[in-house]
Each structure stands twice: as C-alpha cells, then as structure tokens.
Design a protein around this ligand. Structure first.
Ligand SMILES: Nc1nc2c(ncn2[C@@H]2O[C@H](COP(=O)(O)OP(=O)(O)OP(=O)(O)O)[C@@H](O)[C@H]2O)c(=O)[nH]1
Ligand SMILES: [Mg+2]
Length: 452
C-alpha cells in the first residue's frame, strides 16, 4: 500500500533536509515533486492541485515552530494536509436510534461486497455488536449461498429465507423482522452488483433504501481500479446517496490513488479497507495513521509532537538569539543536552530520526547514556569563566576539569570539539528556525551513538 508514493515523498523530504534553509526556490521544486508523486500514485488531478495549494499557502504563511527544522516543518504541513485530505478523523459507523440498524452494502460486480459483508459482520461482533446478515442478490443462484457459507464459518447468523422469496425487498423485510425478533442490533444487507451502473440496479437499490431506511449505505470499491473506483463511488453517491466507502483489495494496490482521492472527490468518508481475502482482513480507516505510514519518516511525526510538547518555545527563541549573537556558551550546550534527555530515552528518539529510521537493524545502534552523563559532568566541572569562553581552556585547565569530573583529558578534548562543531553547524541554520531539530539529527554521531 502506498509504497511508491511513500518512497517518492521521502526522497523529497530528504533533499529538503540537505538544504538547511527553506527558500522560495527549494520549496517550489519540492512542491512540484510532491505533486508529481501524487499524480503518479493516481491521485485525482484536482485533489492533487488543491493539496499543493494548501501546503504552499501554509508553508509561506509559516506558523513556524522554531524548534523544528525547515524540512521537518514541511513534513508537518504535508502531514496535516494529508490527514485533512483523507478525512481528518476516523469515520465511525452510524447506527439507528432503534435497533436493528440496517447497513446496505452496495457496489459494482466483483468489487468485494459479499466478502466485505462477512468481514464487517465479524468486525462488528468483535466490537460489541450482534450482527445478522442477509443476501438480497437474487440473480446469481450461488450468491446467497456464498454468504451463507461465509456466515457459517464465522458462526454468525445469516437470514436465508425460502427459495420462494425471490424479490430483494421481500427478503430484506423478513430479514429485518427476524433480526428484530432475535435481538440483533445490526442487519447487514449484501446487494447484487452489475458490471456497469444501470437504471435497473439503481431503481432496486433506491427501493431498498426507501423500505429499510438504512443508517449506512456503504459503497464497496476495488482499490485496484484506481480512479474508476472513485468515479463509480461518486456516481453512486449522486444517484443513491452513500454514507461511506469500503475500499477492498488494498493489499494488491501499491499506488493508493483511490484511497487518497475518494474522500475529497465524493465528500464521503472511507470507513474501512479490505486488505486480504480472509474474514479478518478488514481494518477501520484511520486518516492520521495512514498519513503517517505514507510519510514514513521513521517516526518523525511523533518526534514533532514530542518537541511541541517538551520544548519551551521561549527558551528555544532565546537560544536562537544567542546563536545569532555568537553567544552560545558551553553552559547553553549543557542545557541543550539536558533538554535532549528530557525528550525521553535516547534510543527511542534515535528510532524516530529520519536519518536512522529506515536502517533495519536499529538494534545494533547503541546509545551511550553514560557518555552523556560524562558530558554534563565535564561542563559542570568548569568554572563560569570557562563555560562562558571556551578559548581560555588550556592544557592545565583541561587536566583539572578531567580530574574534577572523573573523566579523561581525551574526553574533555572530545567534548570541546563537539561543542565547536555544534556551534558551527547551528550557526549555519540561524537564518530559519530549526535549531533543535537539526541538532537532534547532527549531534548523534559526535555524542557517541554509532553502529557498534
Ligand atoms: N486480495 C483481496 N481480495 C479480496 C478482497 N476483498 C474481496 N476480495 C476478493 O474479490 C473477489 C470478489 O469478492 P466478492 O465478495 O464475491 O465480490 P462481490 O462484490 O460480492 O461480487 P458480486 O456479488 O459478483 O457482485 C473474491 O475472490 C474475494 O476473495 C480484499 O480486500 N483483498
Ligand atoms: Mg456478492
């Protein structure tokens, strides 16, 4: 799912990371690449255009967080827009005031209606409901039987009716009566499909809708048909009024265009996705998780949330001012190291780092917490004058500091080198925000994290 798009977007972000500062030019080219990636993923062209416009507006309007690097800011904006495009919140199933809630499952032939009916019944029963199913597909002799077999395997009730019941409305009506009498709270109605949308099918579905007053009309679409799925969902919605979409065969769809556009085009939410043929291969659709998966930045989004929660914005601005005025002392360096630790165990932070995230054997990366304790101890052993001006720390002072902190002269030398590197590196970013985020990324090696 979404592999290609995910790969392309990650490349865009990686390039941006190399840029340091966001400029009109590198932003423009990043946006162009994002748009191309969306189109290649078969996202509806109008949806792609709207998406890019929204990202552009936000990035230029720059409600920027100084604690995030420019590329992380772009990731955040793209993430937010993607979640919006996918529907913002997870869309829950609607139920009727009085049980049973009727849910009609509609769609074109072979899209996965019957399979999805069984999957949904299973999902509902695992989530505290007691569903009953009925097939009103009276055209294909094996259709009703197909649902009965699935229901039997799942040990869930299905209304089979009698062979004489050959009208969909008739079948549905008795099924609802049975569901009511047996205390079922949901009735899932599996309907017949046609190769194409035709008046006869629509008339039949409208009749059922009128009769059953369903709380949900779920349109089942095959994700592998891409924009055709979107188009038929749109047409069903215009003619019948659907309340949500189940997108099947996502397991075979590497592009994801239908999933990405269906909400924006039809205005109706994607409620579930089918990810396999088995009855348990159905997942509620979570816009935020999916966006996260697509952006696949290790877990840089969680990092962003953590930074937002933990870092005092004022303090970050103060640091930035110091950098601008070349006033970033060893004491500030120590504060930064402490703040880094406040973000949580460094190993989990490392896992969120985009540079490291994709490396598979993350377990081999070890974070030397002890070394960090040493760094802090070394700086603590300096005099205030030394902390304010590292230039005065000569050989004799280095030996004293090493003794005082229980470390070695070499460790003191290393720390001073890291501090100089950090200063140099950070100075190159002071034009834009992004000071802590960059440091999180860059400091990892000098601070002794590395493949062991
Ligand atoms: N891989 C995969 N296959 C699926 C999924 N959902 C359904 N299928 C397969 O798609 C085929 C058609 O599924 P059905 O549920 O019979 O489709 P339908 O819409 O009821 O078909 P008609 O009743 O003929 O209109 C079956 O072989 C299913 O196993 C899915 O999420 N992933
Ligand atoms: Mg069927």
């Amino acid at each position: 799912m979404f592999e290609n798009l995910s790969e392309k977007l990650q490349r865009v972000f990686k390039n941006l990371r190399g840029e340091g500062k966001l400029t009109a030019e590198n932003m423009e080219s990043a946006l162009r690449e994002i748009r191309l990636a969306l189109l290649e993923a078969d996202v509806h062209f109008r949806v792609a255009r709207q998406f890019i416009e929204a990202v552009k507006e936000k990035a230029m309007g720059a409600e920027v967080l100084t604690a995030l690097s420019p590329s992380q800011q772009v990731v955040k904006i793209v993430r937010d827009e993607m979640v919006k495009m996918l529907g913002q919140h997870q869309a829950k199933l609607r139920t009727a005031n009085e049980p049973p809630s009727v849910m009609m499952i509609v769609g074109l032939q072979g899209s996965g209606k019957t399979t999805s009916t069984a999957k949904l019944a299973r999902w509902l029963s695992k989530n505290g409901s007691s569903p009953m199913m009925v097939s009103v597909d009276v055209y294909r002799p094996a259709a009703r039987q197909q649902l009965s077999v699935l229901a039997r395997d799942l040990k869930l009730p299905v209304y089979e009716g009698t062979p004489e019941q050959t009208r969909p409305a008739e079948l549905a009506r008795s099924a609802r009566k049975e569901a009511m009498q047996t205390g079922r709270d949901v009735l899932l109605v599996d309907t017949a499909g046609r190769l194409h949308i035709d008046d006869e099918l629509m008339a039949e579905l409208s009749e059922l809708k009128q009769l059953l007053n369903p709380s949900e009309i779920l349109f089942v679409a095959d994700a592998m048909t891409g924009q055709d799925a979107v188009k038929s969902a749109d047409e069903f919605h215009k003619r019948l009024g659907i309340t949500g979409v189940i997108l099947t065969k996502m397991d075979g769809d590497a592009r994801g265009g239908a999933a990405l556009s269906i909400r924006a085009v039809t205005g109706q939410p994607l409620k579930f996705v089918g990810v396999g043929e088995k009855p348990d291969a159905l997942e509620p659709f979570h816009p935020d998780r999916v966006a996260q998966r697509i952006l696949g930045m290790g877990d840089v989004l969680s990092l962003i949330e953590k930074v937002e929660e933990t870092i005092d914005q004022k303090q970050a601005e103060e640091m930035q001012r110091k950098l601008l005025e070349d006033d970033f002392t060893l004491g500030d360096f120590r504060d930064q190291i402490r703040q880094l630790r406040k973000l949580g165990p460094l190993e989990s932070l490392l896992g969120m780092m985009p540079q490291i995230g994709p490396i598979k054997d993350l377990k081999n990366l070890k974070v030397d917490e002890k070394e960090i304790t040493h760094l802090v101890a070394i700086i603590d052993s300096m005099t205030p004058q030394e902390r304010a001006n590292h230039m005065i720390i000569n050989g004799a002072r280095r030996r004293r500091i090493a003794r005082g902190s229980g470390t070695t002269v070499q460790e003191v030398n290393n720390l001073l080198k890291q501090y100089s590197q950090a200063r140099k590196m950070m100075k190159s970013f002071t034009g834009g925000g992004g000071f802590l985020g960059k440091r999180l990324g860059k400091l990892k090696l000098p601070m002794g994290f590395g493949p062991q």
